[in-house]
Every structure is written in structure tokens, then in C-alpha cells.
Design a protein around this ligand. Structure first.
Ligand code: ATP
Length: 588
């Protein structure tokens, strides 16, 4: 079977008129029409006639589409699953690339280590991220008095027993300008952040400085809202002196922090010449940050500001190219001058969810299947050949509760019901996809209420915002629900990153129904119960990172729907992303 299943000669993924190597690789499904077009255009403009170079350009473009920032020319034939194609010999290929005008000045293509081929933009972004990170100066070591004051302060902010791991993480973070704080769900990352902010505020006060300006940010509106709520809860547990020092903290999206510009989506108001004013910048859910966004963030943060990058490197990487958090953990972790602050003990999950997540993270398929089959209060496995009846029993009651509360006009109740459960799918389309299951849930609602759903907008329709609209104050990833107002009019209530919004349905341009959502879109959010619908083993989307991300969205219970083979395939397949960042960071 070819990679893109391009048996149909009219397939849009086949480039018309492509000849030679490009044609062969396009037809085999390794590259798509768009890759071919870019490769032909770029080589034509440069006067490059070597078709192995054109193929390399097409592969570099394809790599970015797949989330990698570069392509490894030494392994691409093997990785493609089609080594029998006419792949150029690596040595000759590298020589052709080295001699190509595309590698000239200004370069279009860049090679790292005679192995990794980049489009220039990503090469430069990687280089910049590496240079900016390593250029951040270490803070001055603490004096003896400061050390003993810190001990007292640590005893205060981590007053109870059982916080040794977090204490150690806070100490690492205080000794560095940039800290990567990692940990799975519920390992106390936010608790550590709150304590650390209190320690920094106290240090500033002790040294006679002003209260530090703190920025809290996350890649999506939903993640920012969660961050804000979690930090508020953890700050509320601190002694009054610390609470007073910290004041009110507000979390925003990274886009908002950097200042969006109407003319471009990849540049911001804050940059190297107009830095962010903050003394401390905390970024949560860093696994979702792309290479481009990390480059923009690092050039905007003042070199002497504290930067705390928080996240779980085992989760899915960003939608756009890069696997920055995992690269930072490995790259900085390999250096003598940068320490990763890692939290490992979960304080929130029921033991069974934690063990399942750990088995998946570690790639232990037997253990994952055994835990699912054993089941329990917090974990359930639906492996029936036709799961629909069990899914209906699981999902229809919540959907109906939503409709009833929305018809009553009870906004608080509908938004709370929304948080109770999520149906997560790997795909958008097909029998295991979001679209199919959204329709299915709507069908169940109709069957149970006897009232057909005629319109896109109905009371109890759960919403997922799919684009930022700064005018309205809604962000991609915000969730909401349609509620009937007292006068009968339907209104869209969206839980935005900083506030609730009550909008006319006609104003909410880009929103989808959210009875089901993709695992990718669920990143950065959680629900009490998560129902994960696994696609069949051959699905290329089904990876360990995807499955781990889905499971760890659950606060109290996870239901996995699929067969043992689907689970095994998910645990075994890795989401590989090519990048040179970890190598650059480790060796610079
Ligand atoms: N050392 C500890 N002992 C007991 N409970 C703790 C400890 N650390 C944190 N907690 C509690 O565990 C819960 C999870 O902590 P926290 O929110 O800080 O984790 P997190 O890593 O930020 O989670 P997530 O990434 O899932 O949001 C919170 O209710 C917190 O109060």
C-alpha cells in the first residue's frame, strides 16, 4: 500500500505534469502535489536542474507539513516505508545539495551535520532558539544570608510534609534564568509555580526591588484559563504575606502576551527591539508550543527576566512544526550548565489512571492492556465489536442533561455539565471520527427527546471555538454551549480565557459542535470523565503520544473504546519528529 493511497489517477494529491523523480515519489504517495509544486517552483527560480535536489526540497516541505522542522536524508528512505523507490544515494545526494544554488547566498536549503535538511526559515529559528536560550545569563549565586532566608521561605511555602520533589524543583529554578519544569498531570507543577512566584516576590522585596512583573501564558485560551484557575487555587493556599505580595495574577494566551499584529500571524508587537516588560514569564503547556512560537517568545523575553517553561514532554507536540519541549529536556538536560526541574509523583490521579498513563508513557503495551482489562473505578475498557450501545449509555445522558439545562436557561449548570465528560477521537472524518460521533450524539438526543434537531444552533449544543477573534474576545480552543435565554433567544456562552462571554450565535463565526472533539484539540483541557475512541491499528494518527495525551485529559475516570490490538498499536507507534534542536543545545 502506498503512503497516501493515491490509486485514483484524479487524486488531488497527484501533481499534474510532474515528471521524473518527483512524479515517481508523488505517485507512490511519499510527497503530495503541494510539495511537488513548491519543489518545482523553487528549483526553477534558482535555475536548479538536478532532480534529486528537487526531491529533497519536496521532502523538506513535506516534513514541515508533518510537524518536523527538517528531514533526515540518511533515514528518510527507511522511514517512508518505501525503501524500494529510486532514492538517491546519500553521499551523491548530499554532494548535489552542497553544490546547488539553493544552498548559496541567500540560502533556501540548509544542511546540519550532513544529515538534516532544512528550509532556511526553520534552520534560522532553531539556531535563534538555541542562541537565545544559551545567552541568558545565570543569576548571581545567593549569599549566605540569602541562602538561609531561602530555607525559611521554602519551609513557609511548602509547609506540609511530602513536598520534597517540589522543593528541589523550586531550588533548581531559583538558581537559573531559564528553567524547564516537567511533570505528568497532577505532579504539582502549578503548586511549584505558585510557590516559586512567592519566593521570587519575596527575594525582590528583600533586596529592596519592586514587586516583580509576572506574566502567565499558555498556547491556547483553554490552557490559559486552566492555568489562571490553578494558579489562583494554589496561591490561595499560601500564607497571607505571600498572597499579598503576589496580588492578582492573570493568565493570557501566548499570542496575546506577545501582542498580535493585524498584518502578520508570525510576528508580534514584542520582539528583540521591543521586549516584554515582565521580570518573570511562566509558560504552561509548553509541549504545545511550536518552534516558530518559541523563537518569537525567546526574542521577546528580556535576557535578565526569569523564564519558566512548564509542561509534559510525553504529550503530543505542537500542531505546527517542532517538538520544542522534548528537545529542550534532552538538549539542556545533556549540558552541565542547565538543569531540568522534573516532578514525578502524581498527587491527583486515582492510582489506576496513573498506572495506565505510566504504562503508555513507558511503551509497555502488555501492562496497558492488562490494566484496561482489569478495569476498576477509574478505568474502563469497552472492547465490544459494536461499541455503540455502550457508548450511548455513557454519552447520551450527559448530552440530554446539557439540553435540559440549556432549555432552562441555566448557564452555570450547562457550563459545569460540559466539564463532566469528553468524547475524544483521533480522527475528524470516518467512522471513528469527530464528525460521525457528533452526528451520532445528536441522533440520540433526537431519539430521546422526540424533537428533531433542525438547525446548527440548538439549546445544549456544545461549542468549540476554532479561530481567534480578538474583537469578540474568543480564542481558538475556547469551549462553550448554546443556552436559551428567558425570551426564547439562543445565546452562545463561551468560557473564554479570562472571562465568560454571552454572545449572539450569529457573531460566533468559527465554532464547531463539540459532543466529540479530536485529541489534538483536547490538549490543554481536562474533563472529569474522558471517553477515548481508538481508531484501528493501521491509523497513522494512532501513536503513543496521542494515546497518552488522551488518557491524561481525565480528572477522575477514563474509558478506552477499542480492541487490545488498537491499544497495542497505539502504545507501540511513536510520533517521530525530526529536529536538530536537541543536538544543537547539547553541543553548543
Ligand atoms: N506534594 C503534594 N502533596 C499533596 N498534594 C499535592 C502536592 N502537590 C500538589 N498537590 C495537589 O495535587 C493537585 C495537583 O497539583 P497541581 O495542580 O500543582 O499539578 P499539575 O502538575 O499542575 O497538574 P496538571 O498539569 O494536571 O494541571 C492539586 O490539588 C494540588 O493541591
Amino acid at each position: 500500500m502506498s503512503l497516501l493511497e493515491t490509486e485514483d489517477p484524479r487524486d488531488h494529491r497527484l501533481a499534474l505534469g510532474a515528471g521524473g523523480l518527483l512524479h515517481e515519489f508523488n505517485e507512490a504517495g511519499v510527497i503530495e502535489a503541494a510539495d511537488v509544486h513548491v519543489a518545482r517552483r523553487v528549483t526553477e527560480l534558482a535555475g536548479e536542474t538536478d532532480e534529486t535536489v528537487a526531491l529533497a526540497v519536496a521532502l523538506a516541505v513535506r516534513a514541515v507539513r508533518g510537524g518536523s522542522v527538517c528531514v533526515d536524508l540518511t533515514s528518510v528512505a527507511e522511514d517512508s516505508g518505501l525503501p524500494e523507490l529510486a532514492w538517491p544515494a546519500t553521499h551523491a545526494w548530499l554532494a548535489a545539495l552542497g553544490a546547488s544554488p539553493l544552498a548559496g547566498d541567500p540560502p533556501v536549503l540548509r544542511l546540519l551535520d550532513d544529515r538534516l535538511l532544512y528550509l532556511d526559515r526553520y534552520w534560522r529559528e532553531e539556531e535563534q532558539v538555541c542562541a537565545d536560550l544559551l545567552a541568558r545569563p545565570a543569576p548571581a549565586p545567593l549569599t549566605v544570608e540569602e541562602e538561609s532566608a531561602l530555607e525559611v521561605a521554602l519551609d513557609r511555602v511548602f509547609a506540609a510534609a511530602g513536598y520534597d520533589e517540589q522543593r528541589a524543583a523550586a531550588r533548581i529554578a531559583l538558581a537559573q534564568r531559564t528553567t524547564v519544569l516537567t511533570g505528568g498531570p497532577g505532579t504539582g507543577k502549578t503548586t511549584t509555580v505558585a510557590a516559586l512566584l512567592a519566593l521570587l516576590a519575596e527575594q525582590a522585596e528583600r533586596s529592596g526591588g519592586a514587586t516583580p512583573r509576572i506574566a502567565l501564558a499558555a498556547p491556547t485560551g483553554k490552557a490559559a484559563a486552566r492555568l489562571q484557575q490553578a494558579v489562583e487555587e494554589e496561591v490561595a493556599r499560601l500564607p497571607e504575606s505571600d498572597r499579598t505580595r503576589l496580588g492578582t495574577l492573570t493568565a493570557v494566551t501566548l499570542h496575546r502576551l506577545l501582542g498580535p499584529r493585524p498584518d502578520t500571524a508570525v510576528r508580534f508587537r514584542h520582539h528583540r527591539e521591543n521586549r516584554l516588560p515582565h521580570d518573570v514569564v511562566v509558560v504552561d503547556e509548553t509541549s504545545m508550543v511550536s518552534l516558530t512560537m518559541m523563537a518569537r517568545l525567546l526574542e521577546a523575553v528580556r535576557p535578565e527576566a526569569r523564564l519558566l517553561l512548564v509542561g509534559d514532554p510525553d504529550q503530543l507536540a505542537s500542531v505546527e512544526a517542532g517538538a520544542v519541549l522534548a528537545d529542550l529536556v534532552e538538549g539542556l538536560g545533556a549540558r552541565d550548565d542547565g538543569r531540568i526541574a522534573a516532578l514525578r509523583t502524581s498527587h491527583r490521579f486515582g492510582e489506576s489512571i496513573r498506572r495506565l498513563a505510566e504504562a503508555v508513557r513507558a511503551g509497555d503495551a502488555d501492562e496497558a492492556v492488562a490494566l484496561l482489562e482489569a478495569g476498576g473505578e477509574h478505568v474502563a475498557f469497552v472492547s465490544d465489536p459494536d461499541p455503540e450501545p455502550r457508548l450511548r449509555a455513557l454519552l447520551a445522558p450527559r448530552a440530554l442533561d446539557l439540553v435540559r439545562a440549556a432549555e432552562r436557561g441555566d448557564v452555570e449548570a450547562t457550563l459545569a455539565i460540559l466539564e463532566r465528560q469528553r468524547l475524544l477521537c483521533a480522527h475528524r472524518e470516518g467512522p471513528h471520527g469527530v464528525r460521525h460521533w457528533n452526528r451520532q450524539v445528536e441522533r440520540w438526543i433526537t431519539e430521546e427527546t422526540g424533537e428533531p434537531i433542525w438547525s446548527t444552533w440548538y439549546a445544549g449544543r456544545p461549542l468549540l471555538v476554532t479561530a481567534n477573534d480578538y474583537g469578540l474576545g474568543v480564542h481558538n480552543g475556547d469551549t462553550g454551549v448554546v443556552v436559551r435565554r428567558g425570551d426564547g433567544v439562543l445565546r452562545a456562552h463561551v468560557a473564554g480565557s479570562t472571562r465568560r462571554l454571552d454572545l449572539a450565535t450569529s457573531r460566533l463565526g468559527q465554532a464547531e459542535t463539540m459532543h466529540a472533539m479530536t485529541i489534538h484539540k483536547s490538549q490543554g483541557s481536562q474533563a472529569d470523565e474522558v471517553v477515548v475512541l481508538l481508531p484501528p491499528p493501521e491509523s497513522r494518527l494512532l501513536t503513543r503520544e496521542l494515546f497518552y495525551t488522551a488518557i491524561t485529559r481525565a480528572r477522575e475516570r477514563v474509558v478506552v473504546v477499542g480492541g487490545p490490538d488498537d491499544v497495542r498499536a497505539a502504545v507501540t507507534r511513536r510520533a517521530q519528529r525530526a529536529s536538530g534542536l536537541r543536538r544543537r543545545l547539547a553541543q553548543a
